[in-house]
Design a protein around this ligand. Structure first.
Ligand code: GLA
Length: 403
């Protein structure tokens, strides 16, 4: 009896530890790549290998991108005779484990997709009723990340469905980052911290600055409609649990300047930075934006506070993000169709973030100012900040207190 009790206590402790360990998975916003925005269901083994190689060759791995995530369309249409999911034998002739091993051999982590419903959004077998079995299979393959979607979920309670999969992942004993993709319908920011590490806050992104494309019951949103819709849920985001503004469209058709703004804003909003472009054919400018280590450092700041809109004058928006150690990041975004010259007097523009209780103390401190795209110093907060910002472009700066 005593032995049984000790075993039970030991098991509970181990399960607790595993869960705890899993919670350490996303102390800063997860960074990676996802196949959906560019490839849809047109994915295969060679593509995964090429993308993994590109992570290394283009310096993306060194810049911090870690997860290579295969989205919808990786499965065969039917489960096998034991009801296990099977990788589509045409797309993945050597099975999924071999692909996962390849990704791991490059020093990267592997992510996979499924759905809480009976079928995925593209009509493949979903996990409803098979949560523990599927989680076990992913763990056997060495999966490190699960994106879990919300199609075909009739009569399912969202919180309950994500909790079931969370528990199934924990039960495997393998730390697997859990990415909730519920599009914001059931306000996942209110319960997501308990269930997973990041949650989508809207329907799907589309590669434009400011457009919406309707699909009957839902709309794809461009960069600014997404930001505007969800800028006010910042208090729910933080280390271990992030508002996910969706996979990025950097490199997918906007101008280089607009891509810079998109990347800046995702960094400022502490969103996961999940690339969504074809890395094999990415331009030099795209890679330069995506690997900007000074911008990435703002996203990865350990304080984990999502930026807020400090001022919005129509043509110009200023976004502010308090950072650890009394530092700040600012993005001056030119929303207009003409270049704008700024002459910003810090003393005249008090900066205070009520949510995080932090203020920019320009009256009793001096801050040195660093331009994060031009990689140069721009004087200090005692001087006026002068710059010209191009159309749909950004001046992104970091303020560090002078010791
Ligand atoms: C949903 C998700 C997308 C993608 C597709 C796959 O639309 O929001 O990110 O995963 O499903 O079918």
């Amino acid at each position: 009896m005593k032995t049984t009790l000790s075993i039970v206590v030991f098991c509970l402790m181990t399960m607790g530890l595993t869960a705890q360990k899993a919670e350490q998975l996303a102390m800063t916003p997860p960074m990676g790549w996802n196949s959906w925005n560019t490839f849809g269901t047109d994915i295969n083994e060679q593509l995964v290998k090429d993308i993994a190689d590109a992570f290394v060759e283009l310096g993306l791995r060194d810049a911090g991108y870690k997860y290579l995530v295969l989205d919808d369309g990786w499965m065969a249409m039917e489960r096998d005779e034991n009801y296990n999911l099977v990788a589509d034998p045409k797309k993945f002739p050597n099975g999924m484990k071999q692909v996962v091993d390849y990704v791991h051999s490059k020093g990267l982590k592997f992510g996979i997709y499924n759905c809480a419903g009976a079928t995925t959004c593209a009509g493949y077998p979903g996990s409803r009723g098979f949560e523990y079995q599927d989680a076990k299979l992913y763990a056997e393959w060495g999966v490190d990340f699960l994106k879990y979607d919300w199609c075909d979920t009739e009569n399912l309670n969202a919180k309950g469905a994500y909790q079931t999969m969370r528990d199934a992942l924990h039960a495997t004993g393998r730390p697997i980052l859990f990415s909730i993709c519920e599009w914001g319908d059931n306000e996942p920011w209110k319960w997501g911290e308990e269930m997973g590490h990041m949650w989508r806050v809207t329907g799907d992104i589309i590669n434009c600055w400011d457009c919406k494309v309707g699909h009957g019951t839902w709309s794809s949103l461009g960069v600014w409609p997404i930001i505007k819709l969800r800028k006010d849920i910042r208090k729910y985001s933080g280390p271990g649990h992030w508002n996910d503004f969706d996979m990025m469209e950097v490199g997918n058709g906007m101008s280089v300047a607009e891509d810079r703004v998109h990347f800046t804003m995702w960094a400022m909003l502490a969103s996961p930075l999940i690339m969504g472009n074809d890395l094999r054919s990415a331009t030099k400018e795209t890679i330069e934006t995506l690997t900007n280590k000074e911008v990435i450092a703002v996203n990865q700041d350990e304080l984990g506070v999502q930026a807020y809109c400090h001022s919005d004058e129509g043509d110009m928006e200023i976004w502010a993000k308090p950072l650890a150690n009394g530092e700040w990041a600012f993005a001056f975004v030119n929303m207009s169709e003409e270049a704008i010259t700024i002459n910003h007097d810090w003393a005249w523009h008090p900066v205070k973030d009520d949510m995080s209780g932090r203020a920019l103390e320009v009256h009793n401190k001096n801050y040195k100012i660093r331009d994060l795209y031009n990689h140069k110093n721009l004087g200090t907060s005692k001087q006026k900040l002068k710059a010209t910002i191009g159309v749909h472009d950004v001046l992104m700066i970091r303020l560090t207190p002078v010791k």
